[in-house]
Design a protein around this ligand. Structure first.
Ligand code: HEM
Length: 390
C-alpha cells in the first residue's frame, strides 16, 4: 500500500476521492483530525459503511457490535465514563505485573515449539500471546482459545467493511455467540466474583449507577476486537522484519535493550492498523479544503507514519536507531488513543526477546502468506525454522 500512500501525498495534504470521501497521509493533519473529536466524530462512523451491518437476533433484538457499540465508537461524555472503567487495568503498574507472566508463558510455548523442526510464527506463536493476555482480563484460562481466535479473525476482516451477504451472515452468527458468551460470563462473575476486569465492571457504579449489561458486553467485546488481531499482526510484523535482515537480528541478539526500539520502528514502518475513519459532524474547512458534514475522512496512519516532514528523507526505511519512531500514529491520537498501547508494546518486545534468546539462528522458511485485509496489515502465515542459514 505504501506507494499508493505516496501518490496521495503527492496530490496534497487532504485529498478528495471519487465517492465523496477524503483522505490524508499528512502527519500533522492526521494528528489534528484525530484530536478534533468534536468535528471529526467516531460515533458517526457507522454512517460510512458500505452496507448496513445492523443485525438482529432471532427475537428481533439488535445484536451488540463491539467495535460500534463500545466506547471505541462513542463521543464524550459516554466515551469518558466507559474508558475510565478499563483504564486502571492498563496502568504502567498493571502492565509491569503482567510482563513476567507473559515471559513465562512464552518460555514454555517456545520450549514446546523447539521440538518441532519448522513452525508458524503467526499461528503457533503470535496468536497465543494476546489471547492469553485478553483471557486474563476475563479471568479465564486458555480453554476458549479456538473460539476467541475465530471471533478475532472475523472481527479483523469486518473492519474493512462487510461487503457480501455471506460475510454478514458469518458476522451475525459470531455476534450471537459472543453476546451469549460474555452474557454468561457476566452472570457468573455476579455469582462468583473473581479478580478480573469483568468482576470489576459488574461491581462498579460510576456516577452512582451500575453499568448496563449492554455496555459490559460491548466492553468485553472491544477488548477482544481491538486487542487481538492488532497485536497478532504487530508480533508477526516484528518477527518478519527481524528475520528478513540477518544484521538486524544479530544487533538485537547482541543488544536486547534495543528490542523496544525495534518494536516502535515496526509500529511506525509497517503498522498493523493502516488507517482510521472519522466522519465530520458539521461542515469543516481544514487545510484549505471544504468538507461537507457527514463526510468520511480516512486518516491514513500508514502514510502519516512515513511523512518525510516528520521522519526525514529516510522515512521509507526501517531504522533501528531512529530517534522519533514513537511519533507514529499507529495507536491513534486524542481521546481514543489506544488504551492497550503499553500492553501491545510489551507483548511484542517480550516475544522478540524470548524468541531471539531461545532461537538465535531462527530464519524464515517458505510459504509466508500476507493477510488480504486493508485496515489490518500483517501475515496469516509465517513459517520459520531454526538452524544454519536459509
Ligand atoms: C483504540 C490500535 C492493541 C484496546 C485503538 C485505536 C487504535 C488502536 C489506532 C484508536 C482507534 C480510533 O481512534 O478510531 C492498536 C494497535 C494495537 C492495539 C495497533 C496493537 C499493536 C490493543 C490492545 C488492547 C487494545 C492489546 C487491549 C487489550 C483498545 C481499546 C481502544 C483502542 C479498548 C478504544 C480506546 C478509546 O476509544 O478510547 N487501538 N491497538 N488495543 N484499543 Fe488498541
Amino acid at each position: 500500500p505504501y506507494s499508493v500512500y505516496e501518490s496521495i501525498r503527492e496530490k496534497g495534504v487532504l485529498v478528495r476521492g471519487n465517492i465523496g470521501a477524503f483522505a490524508t497521509c499528512d502527519h500533522e493533519l492526521a494528528s489534528a483530525i484525530l484530536r478534533d473529536s468534536s468535528r471529526f466524530g467516531s460515533f458517526a462512523i457507522a454512517k460510512a459503511k458500505p452496507i448496513d451491518t445492523t443485525v438482529y437476533d432471532d427475537n428481533g433484538e439488535r445484536l451488540i457490535v463491539p467495535m460500534d457499540d463500545s466506547f471505541l465508537s462513542m463521543d464524550p461524555p459516554d466515551h469518558t465514563r466507559l474508558r475510565r472503567m478499563v483504564a486502571p487495568w492498563f496502568s504502567p503498574r498493571a502492565i509491569r505485573e503482567r510482563t513476567a507472566t507473559i515471559e513465562t508463558m512464552l518460555e514454555e510455548l517456545l520450549d514446546d515449539l523447539a521440538a518441532q523442526g519448522e513452525w508458524d510464527a503467526v499461528n503457533d506463536l503470535a496468536v497465543r500471546v494476546p489471547i492469553r493476555v485478553i483471557s486474563a482480563f476475563f479471568g479465564i484460562g486458555e480453554e476458549d482459545f479456538e473460539l476467541f481466535r475465530r471471533w478475532g479473525g472475523i472481527i479483523g476482516t469486518s473492519v474493512d467493511g462487510i461487503r457480501t451477504m455471506g460475510d454478514l451472515k458469518t458476522f451475525r452468527q459470531m455476534l450471537i455467540e459472543m453476546q451469549e458468551f460474555f452474557g454468561d460470563l457476566i452472570e457468573l462473575r455476579k455469582r462468583e466474583p473473581g479478580n478480573d476486569l469483568v468482576t470489576f465492571m459488574v461491581q462498579a457504579e460510576p456516577e452512582g449507577e451500575p453499568l448496563s449489561w449492554h455496555d459490559m458486553v460491548a466492553t468485553c467485546g472491544v477488548l477482544l476486537g481491538a486487542g487481538f488481531e492488532t497485536t497478532v499482526n504487530l508480533i508477526g510484523n516484528c518477527i518478519l522484519t527481524v528475520l528478513s535482515d540477518p544484521d538486524l537480528r544479530q544487533q538485537l541478539i547482541d543488544s536486547p535493550e534495543l528490542i523496544p526500539n525495534a518494536v516502535e520502528e515496526v509500529l511506525r514502518w509497517d503498522a498493523p492498523v493502516q488507517y482510521l475513519l472519522r466522519v465530520t459532524t458539521e461542515p469543516v474547512t481544514i487545510a484549505g479544503v471544504d468538507i461537507p458534514a457527514d463526510s468520511p475522512v480516512f486518516v491514513v496512519v500508514g502514510g502519516a507514519n512515513r511523512d518525510p516532514k516528520v521522519f526525514g528523507d529516510n522515512a521509507q526505511e526501517f531504522d533501528l536507531h531512529r530517534k522519533n519512531s514513537r511519533e507514529h500514529l499507529t495507536f491513534g491520537d486524542g481521546i481514543h488513543l489506544c488504551v492497550g498501547a503499553g500492553l501491545a508494546r510489551i507483548e511484542a518486545a517480550a516475544t522478540l526477546r524470548v524468541l531471539l534468546r531461545k532461537f538465535p539462528d531462527l530464519h524464515l522458511a517458505d510459504g509466508a502468506e500476507r493477510r488480504p485485509t486493508r485496515v489490518v496489515r500483517g501475515m496469516t502465515s509465517l513459517p520459520v525454522r531454526p538452524g544454519a542459514g536459509a
